[in-house]
Write a protein that binds this ligand. Structure first.
Ligand code: ZN
Length: 682
């Protein structure tokens, strides 16, 4: 049993929401500064807003975390660093929430002592990732939302602070692993610009829309596990939502209890999508986790009234008004004390000051954040002072008290950057890139495999589908599943051992958490690592990846000029989502076979293939393939070109593999993905 108290961490998408969070009793808030945060459409804070936000947080002793959790490209890296330099100079946030390993490296180099929290965008599912996170300099991990009670528990007390989402919206794809908005509308979720395609209608229903999570009945258990911070989602939501939600979770944590029915009703009144779900936590996944925001939900929210009140900070005042001495007032709140001096009092001609006069005067804290909880007065007889002098004395003391509190609550570190620059050498000659064929879904027959092994330098198949009927052990690489929970680790270890015993020495790895499982193998990092800059590619190399597929969200020209082992997707339907729930069963019922398949059809008629992945998870693929085979000579410096095969027929695969030496223009619909744009942008 641990006695450590859980932090309550609240969202602040606007200054009003920030006030609401602070007033309702949050221990910490998180907010963004415009760019580089996963909610680009929240109001966020400009320079003035930042100053106000920090003033409020410091005054009330609430920690302030800055969200910097987007993928950062080469051309933005310097702006992101400058942004942090500004914050360090002025405010020294209590932590930065980050997800891009390139940015993490840059920040740790420049500011070795700033606290960094690994965003849920980093897709941390298992405790195996902790070692890697520590190497990166991360002090806290925000766990992936798909974790069950048991898998959350594994993280507690394992040497890194843990933060768990307990309330709010949930992505149907694992966070940080969703490219859907980016690929269908050019608005990248990994860049804070998600257009929420998961809330749209497909096949006449809403098979991707999850209800919001609510763990209000599990708070005592989470606190007892030793989780450090309980987090509420909602930087796009209103101040009323934040105030009500924070207020309720504040009571639950303080009283270490589950929510009462009326509290759950109040939570639903401020926002719900056909009620709440705790399916990931309890392990009861399935259709009950899904729901949309109905007219009746909206009606309930319209009727709900929340009045936000600013609490006052109690201050103890002590005044000394003595003959021949300057008037003296001290103000104390908690451990912080401030004092102010006024003029020397005059002799009273007729009506001298009384203790009551002074108490009344000094207790008039008015529009300050303070209330005088007690006021002790030492007063000599027969003195007089102008009211304006007494008011000025009070104002001065309270002003200094607030300044003292702000200073006390600001972290002590220099905030000065260390000037270290990594100089990367431009490569002068590029080797000939090889092709990599990846088969997702059904493993093809012998003739396709033979062709693939003859024309490609590497052929990738899912680890869980076992050895294909034909393979060259020198060229075969097994793809690990996108998600490996602690509860999956034993099974994955067993599969990896089988592969090793069969002479396979290459693995394709989608997540840093899986690195410790890959000893003795060449490790290829997948596009899911969101490597979008030279810094991130290089950071992955230092962690132990031998190569990295550069994010399909960027045009990677600048990376390839410097980085030797960068690969790029040049053909295939890019996986857009990786879901813990079976989407196939939401669309048309699932036969519970590994070969189950379905299509999501949106209102434009675009059809997105959905295939089963490891452990009945699903992958949603783009409706059209990426095709860059006719542009390969423009992608200079890539070490390999990745071809992803999903549901093509065998003849088409063979034809495509045959045409690699002299590719033709693609027949049918396709996308250039990030390559359609002239610059490295989104
Ligand atoms: Zn299924």
């Amino acid at each position: 049993m641990t006695s450590k108290k859980c932090e309550l961490l609240a969202p602040a998408g606007s200054i009003d929401a920030l006030k609401a969070a602070v007033y309702a009793g949050a221990d910490a808030v998180y907010f963004g500064g415009g760019r580089f945060n996963a909610r680009a459409f929240a109001e966020n804070f400009g320079p003035d807003g930042m100053e106000k936000a920090f003033e409020i947080c410091r005054t009330y002793g609430v920690k302030a975390y800055i969200t910097l959790n987007t993928v950062v490209t080469d051309r933005e890296m310097n702006d992101a660093l400058e942004f942090v330099k500004g914050l360090e100079r002025s405010f020294k946030p209590d932590a930065y929430i980050v997800s891009d390993v390139g940015l993490i490296s840059v920040l740790k180099r420049s500011f070795p002592d700033i606290p960094l929290h690994a965003s849920t965008q980093m897709q941390i599912h298992s405790t195996l990732a902790i070692e890697q996170l520590k190497k990166l300099g991360i002090s806290r991990v925000v766990l992936a939302r798909e974790l069950s009670r048991e898998n959350i528990k594994a993280f507690a007390d394992c040497g890194i602070e843990t933060e768990v989402f307990v309330h709010g919206a949930v992505c149907v794809s694992q966070s940080g692993g969703c490219l859907m908005s980016s690929f269908i509308g050019g608005r990248s979720g990994n860049r804070g610009r998600c257009a929420q395609p998961c809330r749209q209608c497909y096949n006449g229903k809403y098979p991707l829309s999850l209800k919001d999570m609510c763990y209000a009945s599990h708070i005592p258990e989470l606190c007892e596990m030793g989780i450090d911070s309980l987090k509420i989602e909602g930087r796009m939501k209103s101040a009323s939502y934040v105030y009500e939600t924070v207020g309720i979770y504040r009571s639950l944590i303080d009283e270490c209890r589950a929510a009462h029915d009326d509290e759950v009703k109040r939570l639903a009144a401020v926002f719900s999508r056909s009620g709440f779900s705790d399916g990931y936590y309890t392990g009861h996944k399935g259709s009950e986790m899904f729901g949309i925001r109905t007219e009746s939900d909206k009606e309930i929210s319209r009727k709900s009234t929340v009045s936000i009140e600013a609490p006052k900070i109690p201050a103890a005042l002590k005044a000394e008004i003595r003959e021949g001495c300057r008037a003296h007032l001290t103000a104390k709140a908690g451990v912080v004390e401030a004092e102010a001096f006024g003029s020397v009092p005059d002799k009273a001609v007729n009506r001298p000051l009384t203790r009551e006069d002074l108490e009344k005067r000094f207790s008039k804290t008015g529009d300050t954040v303070f209330e005088a909880e007690k006021c002790s007065i030492e007063l000599d007889e027969g003195l007089i002072m102008p009211i304006s002098s007494l008011n000025a004395l009070r104002r001065d003391a309270l002003y200094k008290l607030k300044a003292g509190i702000i200073e006390t609550n600001t972290p002590k570190r220099s905030g000065l950057p260390i000037h270290t620059e990594t100089v990367y050498e431009k490569r002068s000659c590029f080797g000939r890139p090889e092709f990599v064929a990846r088969f997702e879904g059904k493993i093809p027959g012998r003739s396709v495999l033979k062709k693939a092994f003859s024309v490609c330098g590497r052929v990738e198949v899912p680890l869980w589908s076992g050895l294909p009927e034909f393979y060259d052990p020198e060229k075969l690489s097994f793809c690990l599943p996108r998600t490996v929970f602690d509860s999956d680790t034993d099974d994955i270890k067993r599969l990896i051992k089988t592969a090793y015993d069969a002479g396979i020495r290459s693995l394709t790895v989608p997540n840093i958490g899986m690195l410790p499982l890959c000893e003795g193998f060449t490790v290829h990092g997948d596009f899911t690592l969101n490597a979008a800059s030279l810094e991130s590619a290089d950071a992955y190399k230092r962690l132990g990846f031998d190569s990295v597929v550069i994010s399909p969200e960027v045009r990677p020209d600048s990376v390839f000029k410097y980085f030797e082992n960068g690969e790029y997707i040049v053909y295939g339907k890019t996986p857009l989502m990786h879901t813990e729930n079976c989407i196939i069963s939401n669309i048309r019922g699932c036969r519970k076979e590994a070969s189950c398949k379905a299509c999501l059809v949106d209102k434009t008629g675009a059809s997105f293939t959905v295939l089963r992945e490891y452990r009945h998870r699903n992958v949603v693929y783009n409706s059209v393939p990426t095709y860059l085979l006719d542009r390969l000579d423009e992608i200079k410096g890539a070490s390999a070109f990745l071809l992803i095969f999903t549901d093509e027929n065998q003849n088409d695969i063979i034809n495509l593999l045959d045409s690699l030496k002299s590719p033709k223009p693609f027949e049918g619909s396709f996308t250039r993905a990030a390559y359609r744009k002239s610059k490295e942008v989104f």
